[in-house]
Design a protein around this ligand. Structure first.
Ligand code: 6R9
Length: 572
C-alpha cells in the first residue's frame, strides 16, 4: 500500500467547523433539522428551503446564480429564480404533471437547467437530470426505465430522443425554439413560461422522491438512484462542514448537473447555505477556467482530479497570468486525489485542495478532508459528523485498522438513496449484515483517516465519471463488425482511467485503424463521448466463463501484468 506520510496542517481560520472531534461527539441530526422551517412537521420541500425561504427572509434581491458561456452573461437573484421556477411549475401543472411524475432535464449547462429542475421539484415531481453528452441509447434507457412523463430539451438534442419508442413520454418541452410540433408532443419553453409568477410550493413528505440520478453499475442497464427531499439535511451539512460555504462566498462547482456532484454539491449545498453559485457553460479550457475565477472572484472552487491534472499539464505560465487570489480553498471529488495534485494546488494557488469521497447513492459527501483537520496527503479524510463509516469484510464484519476491505456506511443517513427505480433487487444488493456496501475498497488508519484503494467491481472511472462496462459492451456488439466485446478501464496519467475494449470481429471484417476509428465513433455517437473506448484491441477470442460471460477480470489482469487469479470457471 502506497501510504504517503506527508501532512498539511494548515487549516482555514474561522472554518464553520472548528473542531472535528468535538463536532462528532456532540452530533445530533436533530440539531441540524432545527435549522429548517419544517422542523417538527412531516411536510417539506427542498426548493422552498433553498430558494423561497431566502426571499421571505429578506434576501430576495441577492444574487443566487451567475452564468456565462461566451454568448450569455447573466445574473439571477433568489427572487428571479423563485419567479421563473414558479412559472415553470405552473406550466407543468397545465400539462397535468403531478406529484411523483418524472420530469427529465436534457439541456446544456444553462440557467434553464436549474429553472426546470427547481420548477419540477417545486410541485413534488421527481427531477431527472441528464448529461448533455448522452446519445440516443443512453437517453432512451433512462427515459424508458423511469417512465418519464416530460423531457425538457433543445432542438439540437431532440434527435437523440426516440419518441416512437417512448409511449409514456407525454411532453417534450423545447428551450430556445420558436415553434413546436404538437403532433410530436412538443411545446415551447416560452409557452410553458406564460404563467403567473406568484410564489407557491407543494409540500411533500420528507421521504418523497426529489431527484433521480442514473448511474452505472458493472452489470445491466444504468440504475436510477432516487433521492428524497430529506437529503437536504445532508447536503446542507456537507456545504457547511466539508465545503465550508458561507453567504459571502462565491462558489463555483464545475460539475455538470447531469452528475450528482453538479446538483447535490453544485446547487443544493450552496443555496441551502445561502451561498451564490457560478455556472459556466461550454467545455474545459484552462484559460477560460482561470478567467472565470478571476471574473467572479471565486472564493470556493469545486472540481475533479482529472481537471486539476489537465490544468497542471497546461503549465504554470497560464495560471500566473490570472489573478486567482480570491480563492479561499478548493474541493475535489469523483476520483482519487493524488498527493502531487495537492502539492500543485499549494504551489499554484497557495491553498489546499480538500478531497471528498461520496457516490450518487450516498446523496452527498460521506468522507472528507475537513478544513478543521490536518490533511494526510493521499487520504480521503474522515467521515462527516453524524455518519458512521467503517471498513468491513466479505460477511460485513468490521475490520482492524490498516486492513483492506469494503468501504461501508451504516444506514440510514439523510442523503441515502431511497430506492433503485424499478429494481428492488439491485437496491437490496447494496446491503450486507446491516451495512451499505459502497463497492470501493479502502482501509482506515489508526487515526481514523480513510484511504481509497480501488473499485471492487468492474466499474470504470474515467475523468471522474462512472462508465458501466456492460453498457459499452452491449453497444459495441451492435456495430456490424463486432462479434464479442469485453470492456475494462486501464490506468491513464490524466484521465485516471480510460475505456479499453477487447473485441472479436465478425466474419468478413479485417482489423484496420479505420475500422477501430469507426467503432470508437460509433460508441461516441450512440452512447456518449465519455464512454468511447480510447483503445481497441482485436483478438481471435476472449476469455469467457463456461456460461459464456466475458471475464473482464482476466482481461484486466493481463493488461496490468498481474496474476489472473481463479480461472477455474474459464472456458478454455
Ligand atoms: C460523487 C461521485 C462514485 C465513485 C465512488 C468511487 C469514486 C468518488 C472519490 C472516489 C477516490 C474520492 N470516487 N470520490 N474515489 N477518491 N474522493 O463521484 O459519484 O459518480 O456516483 O461515483 O467514484 O469509486 O464509488 P459517482
Amino acid at each position: 500500500m502506497k501510504k504517503s506520510t506527508e501532512v498539511i496542517t494548515r487549516t482555514i481560520e474561522d472554518a464553520n467547523m472548528q473542531q472535528y472531534d468535538e463536532a462528532v461527539s456532540n452530533f445530533q441530526w436533530e440539531t441540524v433539522e432545527k435549522g429548517f422551517s419544517w422542523y417538527g412537521q412531516e411536510k417539506c420541500n427542498i426548493v422552498y428551503e433553498a430558494i423561497d425561504r431566502k426571499c421571505e427572509e429578506g434576501h430576495a434581491g441577492e444574487i443566487a446564480l451567475y452564468f456565462c458561456d461566451g454568448t450569455r452573461d447573466e445574473q439571477y437573484t433568489y427572487e428571479k429564480l423563485q419567479k421563473l421556477s414558479c412559472r415553470f411549475a405552473r406550466g407543468l401543472q397545465n400539462l397535468n404533471v403531478e406529484k411523483g411524475d418524472r420530469v427529465f432535464i436534457f439541456l446544456p449547462r444553462t440557467p434553464e437547467y436549474y429553472v426546470a429542475l427547481l420548477g419540477a421539484i417545486r410541485i413534488g415531481a421527481i427531477g431527472g437530470p441528464l448529461f448533455e453528452a448522452f446519445m440516443e441509447k443512453a437517453v432512451k434507457d433512462r427515459l424508458e426505465d423511469s417512465d418519464a412523463k416530460v423531457v425538457v430539451t433543445t432542438k439540437e438534442l431532440l434527435s437523440r430522443i426516440p419518441l416512437h419508442e417512448l409511449p409514456e413520454l407525454k411532453h417534450v418541452i423545447l428551450v430556445g425554439a420558436d415553434e413546436a410540433d404538437p403532433g410530436k408532443r412538443q411545446v415551447t419553453y416560452q409557452e410553458i413560461m406564460r404563467q403567473d409568477d406568484s410564489p407557491f410550493v407543494e409540500l411533500v413528505s420528507k421521504d418523497d422522491g426529489m431527484m433521480i440520478h442514473y448511474t452505472s453499475g458493472s452489470t445491466g442497464k444504468p440504475k436510477g438512484v432516487l433521492l428524497s427531499h430529506y437529503a437536504m439535511v445532508h447536503m446542507y451539512l456537507s456545504g457547511k462542514y466539508a465545503y465550508d460555504l458561507r453567504p459571502d462566498d462565491i462558489y463555483w462547482c464545475v460539475a455538470d448537473p447531469g452528475w450528482i456532484t453538479g446538483t447535490s454539491a453544485g446547487m443544493w449545498a450552496p443555496w441551502l447555505n445561502s451561498t451564490p453559485v457560478v455556472m459556466r457553460g461550454g467545455r474545459f479550457n484552462p484559460e477560460e477556467w482561470y478567467a472565470t475565477i478571476q471574473k467572479y472572484k471565486v472564493t470556493v472552487w469545486f472540481s475533479a482530479p482529472t481537471a486539476f491534472r489537465m490544468l497542471m499539464a497546461s503549465g504554470a505560465e497560464i495560471s500566473k497570468s490570472y489573478d486567482l487570489s480570491s480563492l479561499r480553498h478548493i474541493l475535489s471529488a469523483g476520483e482519487p486525489l493524488n498527493p502531487e495534485i495537492i502539492k500543485w494546488g499549494v504551489d499554484t494557488f497557495d491553498i489546499p485542495i480538500y478531497d471528498n469521497w461520496w457516490m450518487t447513492e450516498t446523496g452527498s459527501t460521506i468522507v472528507a478532508n475537513f478544513p478543521a483537520l490536518p490533511i494526510k496527503l493521499g487520504s480521503m479524510g474522515k467521515p462527516l459528523p453524524g455518519i458512521h463509516v467503517d471498513i468491513v469484510d466479505h460477511i460485513g464484519q468490521p475490520m482492524e485498522p490498516n486492513e483492506l476491505g469494503n468501504l461501508a456506511i451504516k444506514p440510514k443517513w439523510p442523503g441515502m438513496m431511497r430506492m433503485i427505480w424499478n429494481n428492488p433487487k439491485k437496491y437490496n444488493d447494496y446491503f450486507l449484515n446491516g451495512w451499505y456496501i459502497s463497492g470501493d475498497s479502502a482501509y482506515k488508519d489508526e487515526d481514523g483517516y480513510f484511504w481509497f484503494e480501488g473499485r471492487i467491481d468492474d466499474v470504470i472511472n474515467t475523468m471522474g465519471e462512472r462508465v458501466g462496462p456492460f453498457e459499452v459492451e452491449s453497444k459495441l456488439v451492435e456495430h456490424p463488425a463486432v462479434a464479442e466485446a469485453g470492456v475494462i478501464g486501464v490506468p491513464d496519467p490524466i484521465r485516471g482511467e480510460v475505456v479499453k475494449a477487447y473485441i472479436t470481429l465478425r466474419q468478413g471484417f479485417k482489423e484496420s485503424d479505420e475500422l477501430k476509428e469507426d467503432i470508437m465513433n460509433f460508441i461516441r455517437e450512440k452512447l456518449a463521448a465519455h464512454a468511447r473506448p480510447r483503445i481497441i484491441e482485436v483478438r481471435d477470442k476472449l476469455p469467457k466463463t463456461r456460461s459464456g460471460k466475458i471475464m473482464r477480470r482476466v482481461l484486466k489482469a493481463r493488461e496490468l501484468n498481474m496474476p489472473t487469479g481463479d480461472v477455474s470457471t474459464i472456458d478454455d
